[in-house]
Design a protein around this ligand. Structure first.
Ligand code: FBP
Length: 515
């Protein structure tokens, strides 16, 4: 494999682990007793896994040292650090027993359904340590859904005699993991299913999951570009940059990037503003800046904004229903749709992903806003020259930050321990992430505890609830206190590229919203 000099240098990085994970034979999983308040519908859908407890890792010698066979799959969008999950699984398996084996399922969950895999050996893994992307085994968005697909998945794990299946995925993929764990137990299959929280979106959060891996690397990549664009805007003084940021529904990425770069305006979807309010706010900013001689600026737009705009939210629900069932749109929905530019109408109606989500990265919200603001400013004498950007895919497969490299190694090691100690239907959880790695705390949390019911593809389904930006959180409150000053005065920050060498404040900084 050809590699840049920096890629080669990064191969040598030794990810840090919390000390409790240094000697795996000296630790084990211990159930945490806590009372659960599960929705009765979840209890009846998950009869074998609903009572699963959470676990903590304690120093107590393990008697389990038999060889293990684990399968691993990447599910959904790429996120920097995934290869370190694989490398850590491999290292942990070898430490548990030198005859253990790691098998990678190819191109996402379809690799499990079709039993397409590769052995993950030391040689295969070596060039991928601390590298971005998911290209060692590929990823995909297939969903294990039909009875035939569950049956085929069972046959696959039986054929490989797997003790464990590690699903590296986001909210929907881990929901799928909970269903697989239940199915395997119901069919007397020993394979434990363990989830690893992945997604740049940062929306797989709960009281136990502080952040998913990939968020830090993605935000730092976007913040670098936003900072550079802002500097350019302040120098040339002739363009308004409308920057749409990836991140599906929630606005976590936009909030984090706003705190890292201090643009003139950031739209936060969760504020639930109407389309006319958003357009008025942007137009007002442009007029006010023009009055003080500034005809340039930087505006951040989360790609999921569109789903929060009340007028569009209702429309999307109808469109989802209509796409799933073939029912025609109501007169009201057709009228709402007609107010949007034609390209946006088409993009709103495009097919949903396999989990029934709108593919928001295909919708050019920034273009829609530019067009509507231009209409609003009709007759105004000032200048409104715009450039639009979409920052998305470039942040998902970059070289992982030290934070993501360390976090993923910890998650992979923890996942191996879960399989060794027989925990199934759980997701690996690392807490205290804003502290140094030596203070991180480890847990395994039942996925069923994270489920609630949602309308998907026209039906009520159990899914992990996407965590949105909490408007009462200290990060948001802090942002709100500061952001007004950024509107007219330019307080742009230039965070620069991800750093691997130098002071720890540079190399090991955690996301601002985590701090
Ligand atoms: P995951 O939730 O699967 O990690 O994917 C996140 C994401 O990057 C979103 O931010 C984005 O909207 C979407 O994937 C793009 O999907 P695709 O890779 O299929 O174009």
């Amino acid at each position: 494999m050809e590699m840049s000099f920096l890629q080669k240098v990064r191969l040598q990085y030794k990810p840090l682990l919390p000390p409790i994970l240094y000697t795996l034979s000296a630790v084990s999983l211990k159930p945490i007793s806590q009372s659960k308040h599960l929705d009765p519908r979840i209890r009846s859908l998950f009869p074998h896994t609903q009572a699963q407890t959470a676990f903590e890792i304690v120093r107590s010698p393990s008697s389990k040292a038999a060889p293990l066979r684990i399968g691993v799959v990447f599910s959904g969008g790429q996120a920097a650090g995934g290869h370190n999950v694989i490398a850590a699984l491999y290292d942990a398996l070898l430490q548990i027993h030198p005859s253990s084996a790691l098998i990678g399922f190819l191109d996402g969950p379809s690799g499990i359904i079709k039993n397409q895999s590769m052995p993950l050996t030391a040689e295969a893994i070596a060039p991928y340590r601390n590298q971005g992307g998911f290209d060692l085994i590929g990823s995909g968005r297939a969903k294990i859904e039909t009875p035939q697909q569950f049956q085929a998945s069972l046959q696959t794990v039986l054929a490989h005699d797997l003790d464990g299946l590690v699903i590296v995925g986001g909210d929907d993929s881990n929901t799928n993991g909970a269903l697989l764990a239940e199915y395997f137990l119901a069919h007397g299959c020993k394979t434990c299913v363990v989830g690893v929280p992945k997604t740049i979106d940062g929306d797989l959060r709960s009281s136990d999951i502080e952040i998913s891996f990939g968020f830090d690397s993605a935000c730092k990549t976007y913040a670098e570009t936003i900072g550079n664009i802002a500097k350019d805007a302040a120098s040339g003084k002739k363009y308004y940059h409308f920057i749409r940021l990836m991140g599906r529904s929630a606005s976590h990425i936009a909030l984090e990037c706003a705190l890292q770069t201090q643009p003139n305006l950031t739209l936060i979807g969760e504020e639930g503003k109407s389309l006319s309010t958003l357009v008025d706010e942007i137009a007002d900013l442009i007029r006010r800046r023009s009055e003080i001689g500034k005809e340039y600026g930087v505006i951040l737009i989360p790609e999921g904004l569109i789903e929060f705009i009340p007028e569009i939210k209702f429309l999307i629900q109808e469109l989802n229903q209509s796409l799933a069932t073939g029912e025609p749109l109501s007169i009201g929905a057709r009228a709402s749709l007609s107010i949007f530019p034609e390209n946006i109408q088409r993009q709103l109606g495009m097919e949903r992903d396999s989990h029934g989500n709108v593919q928001v990265s295909w919708i050019e919200t920034e273009q829609m806003l530019i067009e509507l603001v231009r209409l609003k400013l009709d007759g105004w004498k000032g200048k409104f020259n715009t450039l639009r950007h979409f920052l998305g895919y470039e942040g998902r497969s970059c070289l992982p930050t030290n934070f993501d490299a360390n976090y993923c190694s910890t998650l992979g090691t923890l996942a191996a321990l879960c399989v060794r100690d027989g925990a199934t239907g759980v997701i690996a959880s690392v807490q205290n992430l804003a502290q140094s790695v030596s203070k991180w705390q480890l847990k395994a949390v039942p996925i069923v505890d994270l489920l609630h019911f949602e309308q998907r593809s026209g039906r009520e389904k159990p899914v992990i609830e996407k965590a949105l930006v909490d408007l009462k959180s200290s990060s948001y409150v802090h942002y709100k206190k500061k952001c007004h000053a950024w509107e007219l005065e330019d307080h742009y920050l230039v965070p620069g590229p991800i750093q691997f060498f130098g002071p720890a404040e540079l190399t090991d900084a955690v996301p601002v919203t985590l701090r």
